[in-house]
Ligand binder design. Structure first.
Ligand code: DP6
Length: 319
């Protein structure tokens, strides 16, 4: 039996829409920061039928996703010439500290931990790039949680580290207004992203300058630049979501209130913080050290919200 653990990542330039839905090849590049918590731990072992055990209730859709991911991983390993090391069937045990469906990228942590645990089960050493590809087959954004620090997932489906975790000690204070499970998951949403009239222009902007500006901001530790490009892209992604057919509205009134108040806190106190949301109402407040205390005080004063405190993290690891 092998065990690996992993945490979510928060996208600074977001992945929304695929060029190949089955293999989760993204329509454009994305850039993220890997977090240090909350973590998911996954154990895998050889058995003679597929078994998935979890501390959370799994739906038939969840089970189907594990099955499909394992099939795709097997095909991928064959393509890489590693068929002799393939696990036959596996038993997967999931232990997650992440509430699902609130825009906290639980699937990213689950499938990056699964890919890492499988890589430890096969008898050949796989590269991070290969493990990231296996993770992507389960969840696109999971590919980025294989690495520590700041990570890019390119439009051809390959991943690379932009900067290691000790390069820039950013924090992510996560404010979740509503921990009900979201109605439409990302996988379904990605498939219909191209139906939005705003989709093509967003892909063009990402390709032409957003990924580059985001990577420059990270390399130069230029928070102002990071704030501008990541907030612009987040707004653009939610505009695509809201105008695709059928429309997806992941943000709610609480999200908008939190953003408004955080932006006025930023303006009043000149704080290096930015707000970004994935496929849920949860607000991720990314900030530099000097803003952490004020952001934490604000977050914990929101009585109806659940707060998580994370920092840039180390990526998936053997546990
Ligand atoms: C909005 O990776 O969750 O969080 O491949 O279906 O699991 P699946 O999609 P997923 O999509 C991520 C969407 C996002 C933006 C991002 O993390 O880049």
């Amino acid at each position: 039996m092998t065990t690996a653990a992993s945490a979510p990542n928060i996208a600074l330039i977001k992945y929304w829409g695929n060029s190949n839905d089955d293999l989760r090849v993204p329509a454009a590049g994305s850039v993220s920061m890997t977090l240090d918590s909350p973590t998911v731990s996954i154990s895998v072992e050889h058995t003679d039928e597929l078994i998935v055990e979890s501390d959370k209730k799994l739906t038939p859709t969840d089970l189907g996703r594990f099955e499909k991911t394992l099939e795709n991983i097997k095909h991928y390993l064959i393509l890489e010439g590693l068929e002799t090391t393939l696990p036959g069937y596996v038993k997967i045990s999931v232990d997650s500290k992440i509430p699902a469906g609130i825009g906290l990228a639980s699937s990213a942590a689950v499938f990056s931990a699964l890919a890492k645990a499988i890589s430890l089960l096969v008898d050949t050493e796989l590269t991070d790039e290969q493990i990231a590809t296996m993770a992507r087959l389960g969840s696109g954004s999971a590919a980025r949680s294989i690495y520590d620090g700041f990570v890019a997932l390119d439009a051809d489906g390959t991943t690379r580290q932009v900067a290691p975790m000790d390069h820039w000690k950013l924090h992510d204070i996560i404010i979740a207004p509503d921990i009900d499970h979201k109605k439409v998951g990302s996988t379904e949403g990605h498939r219909l992203a191209h139906t939005s009239p705003a989709f093509d222009a967003r892909i063009k902007a990402i390709e032409e300058y957003r990924v580059q500006e985001c990577e420059d901001a990270i390399t130069q530790k230029d928070f102002e630049k990071l704030m501008r490009v990541s907030e612009e892209d987040c707004e653009d992604m939610h505009c695509v979501m809201q105008t695709q057919n059928p429309p997806l509205q992941y943000l709610n009134d609480e999200t908008h209130r939190l953003i408004r108040e955080l932006k006025s806190l930023r303006a009043d106190k000149h704080l290096p913080l930015l707000c970004t949301m994935d496929a849920g109402p949860t607000v991720h407040v990314i900030c530099e050290e000097e803003a952490v205390e004020a952001v934490k005080n604000y977050a914990h004063a929101q009585e109806e919200c659940t707060v998580f405190e994370a920092q840039v993290g180390k990526g998936s690891y053997s546990a």
